[in-house]
Design a protein around this ligand. Sequence first.
Ligand code: TRP
Length: 514
Amino acid sequence: MANTEARGQWQSRLGFILAAAGSAIGLGNIVFFGANAYKYGAGAFYLPYLIALFTIGIPVMIVELGLGSLTRRAFPPSLHRLAGRFGEFWGWFALVSAFLVTMYYITILSWTFGMLIGALGTLWQPEQALTAFPAVKSLPNPMGYFFDMISGWLPLAFVVIIWVANLVIILRGVSQIERINRIFLPLMWLFMLFLIVRGLTLPQGLEGLYLLFTPNFEAMKDIAIWKGAFSQIFFTLSLGFGVMTAYASYLPKDADQVGNPLIISFMNCCFEFLAGIAVFTMLFSFAIVPQASTLSMTFFVIPQGIAQMPGGMLVVQGFGVLFFVLLLLAGISSSVSLVEAPMSALIDKFGMSRRHLVPLIGGLGIMGSAAFALPFVVDPGLDSNGTLGLTLLDLIDHWAFSYGLLLGGLVECVIVGWFFGADKLRARINQHASLHLPALFDVFVKWVIPAVLIYILASSAWQEFGGIYGHNYVIKGFQPWLPVLCFLIWLAGGGLLSALLTFSREYPLQEEQL
Ligand code: TRP
């Protein structure tokens, strides 16, 4: 029976807040924010971002956390309690998308690990012998190092290392998750402080700051920026995949579910702005044009900036190591939460122990992450994505991230707003909250958020009619079926698995009245 004792509980409110902030603060904050801000025209991005935070981010965070502490169950069972099997099915579907994202998130962390090793020396060396990608030879070194690495088999070993690190933390349950976050979070702030002070004190560093924060109202008319801002808010706050519900399910019933989401969101977005400043000041000081692609930002644009730091090789190595260690700390405290979401859901559904689930989730996860690390070169000219793994990553990301995330948010708002009643959830939350939610919350959960999410999802889906995502890629040997296969894995595979999980058995729990 999955009672409180078997499920575990956070040791303290601070521990929970740190763990949830650890989930939220990740690669999304350190590199994706800067990459998106640049892509959408720097100063045009942060106002839509802030609007998205207050209109959608914080309300959905309140819903997602509220669901967890109200039902004290993981995402699918908590939706089951509000809307029966219909709700449960969508809960599992969100988790399937989440697991696909987890797999490549961990592959990205594995590459980060490889870059960290490189940062100790070879990453900064001028000559790179690149056989697989002749086009990269003349380009900056971090890029050469990166492509050289991903076209070899070594990252597969890194995949295993990062997965094992995650599983060791998860195995011991929430108390262990709490413990590592108590160490990781302060370190992350400290490292970020180093980077930002260095960035701001570089010659012309401040100009990057102006660029980031001078509003560009003209560019804001483009609807793509708004879509980008809403997706970024969902990702950076760890919403839409039931991760926050899983974490909140380990809280006592009387937790302050207005104060907590406000603190977590505030911590996350502060960190994100600081990271944005650190990245922009450094890149503009060295006149490096940031790239819109998030992965290139992580693996070669920022390292290229670090390579130019004044003060000699030791300084460069030091900042390089600092940057990649920071990414790993932030990334692992996030990936742990992504792995915990299906873990808690399977514990609730099947009453299995963590010890039995770790090999299952770990085995599947390692295979998936390994697929994203496959080194076969499918595009030597680098017109699209280079290796098979990188191509798979891009194709799966398109479905599981762009659609799965927002779909998860839509489903939880519709179920809470329409099936359970936003007013009922609000009344429950307000019983124990330091600040009371106003009635406006109901309007947002029932109308505003679903309308915005449906609009974004529908307009993105509309664009698919031009041809399935990836059809015009260069994928030597895998055209034209690979893009279709990736779409089917997500939609048909995910749908089937979710249905199987939903109908496999009744919940073994004696439910008290909500
Ligand atoms: N928020 C994390 C980041 O910014 C990533 C993440 C962790 C996440 N858990 C999540 C994203 C759940 C969406 C849903 O990197």
